[in-house]
Ligand binder design. Structure first.
Ligand code: ADP
Ligand code: MG
Length: 404
C-alpha cells in the first residue's frame, strides 16, 4: 500500500507479463483532428512507461466529449490521440475500435480502445459492459482523477469485477496534492474562485467558505455578489435568481468572521466585441449599459496583497474575460501573483488551465490538476465514486493478503 493514501498502487503489484487495463482521461480538446492541448496525455505518460518498463501489456481506455451513447461520432473519436500517443511514447499504439476483438490474451504492448462512451452502458454503469472490461485484464488501474466524479462502467463498475484493482500514479499524485492543499492546509488559506456563473460553483463557494481564511471572488461570480451587496453592475453577467443566495453567503462569511472582499474598481466595456474600448471605473461609476469584464487595478492590488500573505492558495476560475486582451490583465496579474507566491498553490478548471497556459505561468504553480468537475467536487468535500471504490478494493485486497 502507498504510505500517503489508502489505495493499492502499482508498486504493490507484480506487473510482468500481465494484461493491465488502465482508465486514463484523454478527454482533450480536438479541432478538425488536431489536438489543441496535450496536458492530459502528457500527464499519463509516466504511468504508461512505468507499466511498460515493468513488463506489463497495457490496454488504455478513456472517454472523449459527450457523444450519444452507443453511436460512433467522428468528432469524439480517440483516433488522433492514438497517433499522438504512438509518437510521444515511441511505441506502436494499436487503436481498437471493435471491443469484441479484445480478449484476455492480447499480445500488443499498448492498445488504446476507442471512446468508452461509444459503448452502450458506459454512463449507466451497466454490469455487462463492466464485466466485459474486467474480463480483458489481470489488473485494472484507475488513473483518471479527472473522471473520478463519474460512476460509469469504466470508472466504477469495472473495479467491481476486475481480478485486482489499483490506483494509478497520476490518481495518487492528484489526490495527495489536493489533500495537502485542502484537507491539511497551512494557514492562511485563501481561495480564488472566478469564472462565469455562481450556479456552477455554488456548492464549492459554500464549502470553501467554511475552510478558508479568505474567499476571493472574481469574474461573473463577483458581479452577482456585487449586485447582492447593492452595487449597480449595469448589464454585466449576473444571476438574478441567486442574489438571495449570494447575500446569504456574504452574511455567513460575516458570522464566521471570514472575509469575502469584493471589487472596488472594475474594467468595463459596452459589448464582448474584441474591438471595444475598455474603461477602468470605480464601482460607483458603472453605467446602465456597462459590462464588467475584469477587475480593476486597485482591486487587483488588494487581491495580490492577500495572495502574498497566504501559505496555501486554491485557484479556480479566471477573474475576467481573459480571452480578450483588454480584459485579461486582472487574470494575468492574479495568476502571476499566485505563481510567484511562496504559498503552496493548486489550480484547476478547464478555462483556468487555458489562462495558465496563455500567460505561461504553469511552471511556478505548485500543482495543476488535470481535473475540472472532479476538482470542484473534491473541493466541495464530496465523495468521488471512483475514489471510493478504489478504497473499498484496497481494503478487500489487504484483508485477503492475496499474493499477486
Ligand atoms: P473554469 O473552467 O476554469 O472552471 P469557468 O468555466 O467557470 O472557469 O469560467 C470561465 C469563463 O468565465 C471564461 O470564458 C471567462 O471569459 C468568463 N468570465 C470571466 N469573467 C467574466 C465576466 N466578468 N463576465 C463574463 N464572463 C466572464
Ligand atoms: Mg469552464
Amino acid at each position: 500500500m502507498s504510505n500517503k493514501t489508502l489505495f493499492t498502487t502499482l508498486d504493490d503489484i507484480q506487473l510482468s507479463g500481465k494484461q493491465i487495463l488502465v482508465r486514463v482521461d484523454f478527454n482533450v480538446p480536438i479541432l478538425n483532428g488536431n489536438i489543441l492541448d496535450y496536458t492530459r496525455i502528457q500527464a499519463s505518460l509516466p504511468t504508461i512507461k512505468k507499466i511498460l518498463n515493468a513488463g506489463g501489456n497495457i490496454i488504455l481506455m478513456s472517454h472523449l466529449g459527450r457523444p450519444t451513447e452507443g453511436k460512433f461520432d467522428e468528432n469524439c473519436s480517440l483516433s488522433p490521440v492514438s497517433k499522438a500517443l504512438s509518437i510521444l511514447l515511441g511505441v506502436e499504439v494499436k487503436f481498437v475500435t471493435d471491443w469484441t476483438r479484445i480478449n484476455h490474451g492480447s499480445k500488443h504492448r499498448v492498445i488504446l480502445l476507442e471512446n468508452v462512451r461509444f459503448q452502450c452502458g458506459e454512463t449507466t454503469n451497466d454490469e455487462k459492459l463492466s464485466r466485459k472490461m474486467a474480463s480483458m485484464c489481470d489488473v485494472f488501474v484507475n488513473d483518471a482523477f479527472a473522471a473520478a466524479h463519474r460512476s460509469h462502467a469504466s470508472t466504477y463498475g469495472v473495479a467491481k469485477y476486475a481480478p485486482v484493482v489499483c490506483a494509478g500514479p497520476l490518481m495518487v499524485k492528484e489526490i495527495d496534492a489536493l489533500t495537502t492543499a485542502f484537507k491539511n492546509p497551512a494557514h492562511p488559506l485563501i481561495a480564488i474562485v472566478g469564472g462565469s456563473k455562481v450556479s456552477s460553483k455554488l456548492g464549492v463557494l459554500k464549502s470553501l467558505l467554511t475552510r478558508v481564511d479568505k474567499l476571493i471572488v472574481g469574474g461573473g461570480i463577483a458581479n452577482t455578489f456585487m449586485k447582492a451587496s447593492g452595487v449597480n453592475i449595469g448589464k454585466s453577467l449576473c444571476e438574478n435568481d441567486l442574489l438571495t443566495t449570494a447575500t446569504e453567503i456574504l452574511d455567513m462569511a460575516k458570522l464566521q468572521g471570514k472575509d469575502i472582499p469584493l471589487p472596488t474598481d472594475v474594467v468595463c466595456g459596452k459589448s464582448l466585441d474584441k474591438n471595444t474600448t475598455a474603461i477602468t471605473k470605480t464601482i460607483g461609476e458603472i453605467l446602465e449599459d456597462d459590462l464588467i469584464l475584469d477587475i480593476g487595478p486597485e482591486t487587483t492590488k488588494a487581491y495580490l496583497d492577500a495572495i502574498t500573505n497566504s501559505e496555501t492558495i486554491i485557484w479556480n476560475g479566471p477573474v475576467g474575460v481573459f480571452e480578450i486582451d483588454q480584459y485579461s490583465r486582472g487574470t494575468e496579474l492574479i495568476g502571476t501573483g499566485i505563481a510567484n507566491s511562496k504559498a503552496f498553490s493548486v489550480a484547476g478548471g478547464g478555462d483556468t488551465l487555458s489562462a495558465i497556459s496563455k500567460f505561461n505561468i504553469g511552471a511556478d504553480i505548485s500543482y495543476i490538476t488535470t481535473a475540472g468537475g472532479a476538482f470542484l467536487e473534491f473541493l466541495e468535500g464530496k465523495t468521488l465514486p471512483a475514489i471510493a471504490i478504489l478504497e473499498e478494493c484496497a481494503l478487500a485486497w489487504k484483508s485477503t493478503e492475496t499474493e499477486y
